[in-house]
Design a protein. Sequence first.
Length: 182
Amino acid sequence: MRGRLFVGFLLMMLALPAIPSTAGPNATDSGARNQFLGAWRLVSIETIGPKGEVTYPFYGKHPQGMIMYDGSGWMSVQIVSDPPASVPKDGSWAGFVGAPAAEKAAAAEGYYAYFGTWDLDASASTVTHHIQQSLRPGERGVDRVRHFAFEGDRLTLTAKTHEMGEDRERKLVWRRTGTDHS
């Protein structure tokens, strides 16, 4: 009798669906996380208005940039506007520091950079950038949530914004490095 009960119990256990473990990242998060790892070159930045109109208010139509995600949880992003600032002309640090304030301001307006840590929620298709340092001091300590989508060698990050008096969506498209050499 005990043998039949044991065999019945064993068959019942084998028929139950597997219960996912709550310890550690799940397979979906791990798979998505691995897709992020590496360096990505900027393809485009579009700002989409409430009526679907596309504008390029900050970086122009052909900005350049790079975003990097590493396996230990760090990330970094840099974006240079199109056209890039042509001043100050002196390439040295001393030349930059000694340049007129208007030239330094023009250079800063056309450049954006921050770094920090990152994590993701694959089930919500969001990646969060935990900004530790930024060219814009007000962003230090801020978390920026981006929706993500992968298509081939491209990563699209989108975020809702409120700027210029209305709600908008910012869409950044990145191409994995190694797939282009531009």
